[in-house]
Design a protein around this ligand. Structure first.
Ligand code: PLP
Length: 423
């Protein structure tokens, strides 16, 4: 696309945008009566207008039926989590039985590591990306210690080449080959929270497959942002959160993907709880855990219906479109931001997110050389919601579901003005 640096051009793109109507499905936060430029959907997505209705339904059924709501509610609570299977399969590229909504991301990560990080002898290491999200890093460290091993010996970080900000896939494949006899697990965030880099999960999965190394993916910044084909790519397991691009609300419910080739592997170590037990005997109140087949068998507790109601509302909007359509708009929307930022003749910043469309999602990470925090504060005063990540990055995420090309244009204007003011 030949972009132009003008408000009229941005407005023309909005007019042509087939997904434009979806903005109206969300509450856009305002300041002094004016809609904010909300570029923080990578941190907390906006509230769908349907959310209240979905939660109220469950509150009403609880008022009306009490405990009998488990079976008599409009959406019976006993099987409430089942409704997420189809929309999650669509978002993840998963097959039946491979997904279940449950818990929070870091809880799930720890549960999955219990099953899939099984150090044995020399094969006791985990390969991760440098600059991984701290919560994941803490989980890796603690799991390594849990096995009586030392994090400094067992966690290998793949780092970018000198002078580069992002990792090259070929370097990663080489690193996997180099350590193939020591690796118990490779675990990667599909989209890095800091740089916004999207990794070639298919290639990394293939490299792991070749050397028979288990491969897990954290999809916190990928689900609802980029198309995924977890089953086809042969990813062993994955987890995510639903409050970022999926808009399911603060602390919203997470979920796990377990590839079908592990569905009946009951020898995998795992923790137990009644919701993971085979449904046929779940309510017989017997001793001895019999895990259900597939992802269901990793559940522990009964479903948190009120937060899941928000998840159901949020996913119902995704069901009205597709990742293909969202991705097509996202290419253009974030591409427009790249274009406008490149028009600014200033050495005060650089973009660390790869420009190549297949190596990024919505997010654009702007690394500030100086006065970054001041620029960020000015943006905030002017009605831009972005986020600041220490030490020097402003992350902005134009989200195809509710952001506009006009938002992008106006952001670039505010950014230019802020830079001029502090220099
Ligand atoms: C957002 C995010 C988390 C947050 O973890 P919670 O358990 O949901 O609090 C963890 N890991 C990554 C990579 C994230 O982006």
């Amino acid at each position: 696309m030949q972009y132009e640096n003008s408000l009229a051009f941005a407005k023309a793109l909005d007019k042509k945008d087939m997904l434009r109507k979806f903005r109206n499905e969300y509450f856009i936060p305002k300041k002094n009566g004016k809609e904010l430029i909300y570029f923080c959907g990578n941190s907390l997505g906006l509230q769908p207008k349907l959310t209240e209705k979905f939660i109220k339904q469950e509150l009403a059924d609880w008022q009306k039926y009490g405990v009998e709501g488990h079976f008599m509610a409009k959406n019976p609570w006993v099987s409430y989590h089942r409704q997420f299977e189809k929309p999650l399969m669509n978002l993840l590229g998963a097959k039946k039985g491979e997904v279940v909504a449950m818990n929070q991301l870091t809880v799930n990560l720890n549960l999955l590591l219990i099953s899939f990080y099984r150090p044995e002898g020399k094969r006791n290491k985990i390969l991760i990306q440098a600059n991984e999200f701290p919560s994941d890093y803490y989980a890796f460290e603690q799991q390594v210690r849990f096995h009586g091993l030392k994090p400094e010996e067992c966690i290998i970080e793949a780092t970018p080449r000198k002078g580069e900000k992002t990792l090259r896939t070929e370097d990663l494949s080489n690193k996997i080959a180099e350590h193939k006899d020591e690796l118990a697990l490779v675990m990667f965030s599909a989209v890095n929270y800091y740089t916004g880099q999207l990794f070639d999960i298919k290639k990394i999965a293939a490299a792991c497959c070749e050397h028979k190394i288990t491969f897990g993916v954290d999809l916190a910044h990928a689900i609802g942002n980029v198309p995924l084909k977890l089953h086809e790519w042969n990813v062993d397991f994955a987890t995510w959160c639903s409050y970022k691009y999926l808009n399911s609300g603060p602390g919203g419910v997470s979920g796990v993907f377990i590839h079908n080739h592990h569905a009946k592997n009951f020898n995998l170590p795992r923790f137990g709880g009644w919701w993971g037990n085979d449904e046929k005997t779940r309510f017989k109140m017997q001793k001895h855990f019999v895990p259900a087949e597939g992802a269901q068998g990793w559940q522990l507790s009964n479903a948190p219906v009120l937060s899941m109601a928000a998840h159901a509302a949020a996913l119902s909007v995704f069901e009205k479109t597709s990742m293909k359509e969202l991705r097509a708009k996202s290419f253009l929307l974030s591409g427009y931001l790249h274009f406008l930022l490149h028009q600014i003749p200033s050495s005060a910043f650089s973009i660390i997110t790869p420009a190549k469309a297949d190596a990024r999602g919505c997010q654009v990470s702007i690394q500030m050389k100086e006065n970054g925090r001041k620029v960020f504060d000015i943006l905030e005063k002017n009605g831009v919601i972005a986020d600041w990540r220490e030490p020097d990055v402003i992350r902005v995420a134009p989200v195809p579901m509710y952001n506009t090309f006009e938002d992008v244009y106006r952001f670039a204007q505010h950014f230019l003005n802020a830079i001029e003011r502090v220099s």
